[in-house]
Write a protein that binds this ligand. Structure first.
Ligand SMILES: Cc1ncc(COP(=O)(O)O)c(C=O)c1O
Length: 474
């Protein structure tokens, strides 16, 4: 007899949830003690997924069993403390739990009618976010898959508002024959902003770039002349150096010219939630729109980006949809402030993260990561590295003087060791290793362990005659 069908609910769901919970707990209990990147043996099992699709209904518990047995070992250990790639956090316990519970809820965060609790929690999370980031309380907040789509959302709103002021309704008339738009962007813009611009019909070859200093900050005195046709895109938190553009200085000029200012702060805007770090974003609140990621420094699970727009009208004009079969409620519907129509209530995890840490806990987490970045930089210097950035936030970029290319071998070596994971980059013409300290779970011991792995890597390269013998750690 086939197992799933009318009558199998809720028994199957309950059993599978119990299994999933036990597997997830086992995974979390062990993840700190295993390799960061899976080795060949750990990934061997995953090849077995590539089998013909079953013809018949199976046992859902067996599906889960396979997922854990073959899938869990083949993961990158991003929820433990020694993954320093990209700019990615782990997952706070409350946020992880909220994800599990909200999966059981399976809410359609489209409007109040389809998910009263989804909309309520997203509205509360929005208020709290505006409060801790010290942004204008009247702003609209939308929850997207990540900063890429959050940038898309904000820039769609910017396009709508700028063209509207010029007498053109882009939602109605599109871009053909529209008044020209100027896009002025920090030269160190993240690649995904360029993608968002492409999706919005703004060719990247039309962009005017603002040159940057050696920390990757846009030079306010090199801003081109601005006018009210212009959208200016700045950055809070350079993906390599962590430095932020002088947002206030530039935003004031934009305000005078009637230009729109957008701030991509995928991880760096979180600095606004720390009294110790906030000064780095001086004047950021003068902008018109901002982006920050929950799945980065707030340590919510993937995927969670946040789009914030000061003028709710322009966002609404760009994103609103109406359908006869959807009953409109009193609250502004999530479907009317982000590109997605039906989607998960990802604001639930944002609410849970903020509720569990509180303002102080979030500030402490941010400050702790920055402190660990300093420790990393000091340790790397003792090993003979040159630190290429001012370590002002959570980012460290370091190279081996006169032997830069060995950074590639070294990163590969440490990745293969399973002791830690970080990537490489090119910074001011140099090849370098690049470390992001973003996880709530990373400790001083994790940094020490990662430095020890780097030292072993250097020694191995020295044995091969590839690198000068390194100094040793204290
Ligand atoms: C400054 C900046 N903008 C945008 C992004 C893209 O974010 P996501 O991967 O959440 O779309 C990143 C990712 O690291 C980033 O650092």
């Amino acid at each position: 007899m086939e197992k799933i069908g009318a009558g199998s609910f809720p028994k199957d769901s309950l059993e599978v949830l119990e299994d999933a919970s036990a597997y997830a707990a086992e995974y979390i209990a062990n993840v700190a003690h295993r390799r960061v990147s899976p080795d060949a043996a750990m990934m061997e099992g995953m090849q077995r997924f590539d089998s013909p699709m079953p013809e018949r209904v199976g046992d859902p518990r067996e599906t889960l069993r396979l997922l854990h047995k073959l899938g869990s070992p083949a993961t990158m250990a991003t929820t433990a403390g020694r993954f320093f790639g990209l700019a990615v956090g782990g997952t706070l316990p409350a946020a992880m739990g909220a994800r599990v519970l909200s999966t059981a809820w399976d809410q359609i965060a489209l409007n109040e009618a389809t998910s009263p609790i989804g909309v309520q929690l997203e509205q509360v999370a929005s208020k709290w976010l505006l409060d801790i980031l010290q942004l204008p309380a009247e702003s609209s907040v939308g929850f997207t898959t990540g900063a890429t789509m959050a940038n898309f959302t904000c820039l769609a709103s910017a396009r709508q508002a700028v063209l509207n002021k010029l007498g053109w309704d882009v939602s109605a008339n599109g871009l053909f024959d529209a008044p020209h738009l100027r896009i002025v962007v920090s030269a160190q813009v993240h690649v995904t902003v360029l993608k968002a611009l492409k999706l919005l019909g703004i060719g990247v070859d039309r962009i005017e770039y603002i040159p940057c200093d050696l920390q990757g900050r846009a030079l306010a005195d090199r801003l081109p002349d601005l006018d009210d046709h212009t959208i200016v895109i700045l950055q809070a938190g350079n993906i390599n150096s962590g430095a932020s553009d002088p947002i206030g200085k530039i935003a004031e000029k934009c305000e005078r010219a009637g230009a729109w200012v957008h701030v991509d702060g995928a991880f760096g805007l979180w600095a606004a939630a720390s009294p110790k770090l906030r000064h780095q974003l001086d004047g950021y609140h003068i902008a018109d729109s901002w982006v920050v990621d929950g799945h980065k420094w707030l340590n919510t699970p993937y995927d969670c980006g946040i789009a914030i727009v000061k003028s709710p009208n322009s966002l609404h004009a760009a994103m609103a949809t109406q359908a006869a079969y959807i009953k409109e409620g009193n609250a502004v519907a999530p479907k009317d402030i982000v590109p997605e129509f039906s989607r998960s209530a990802r604001g639930v995890e944002v609410w849970a993260a903020m509720h569990s840490l509180g303002k102080q806990g979030i500030a402490d987490m941010l400050d702790r990561c920055c402190h660990l970045a300093q420790k990393f930089a000091e340790g790397l210097e003792k090993l003979g590295f040159e630190i290429l950035n001012d370590v002002v936030l959570n980012q460290v970029v370091a190279t081996l003087p006169e032997q830069e290319n060995l950074c590639l071998d070294l990163a590969a070596h440490v990745q293969a060791s399973g002791e830690a994971w970080f990537g490489t980059t090119h910074w001011n013409g140099k090849t370098a290793i690049r470390l992001s300290i973003v996880s709530w779970v990373t400790t001083s011991e994790d940094v020490t362990q990662a430095l020890a792995a780097i030292e072993i890597g250097l020694d191995k390269l020295a044995m091969r005659g590839a690198v000068r013998a390194s100094c040793s750690l204290d």
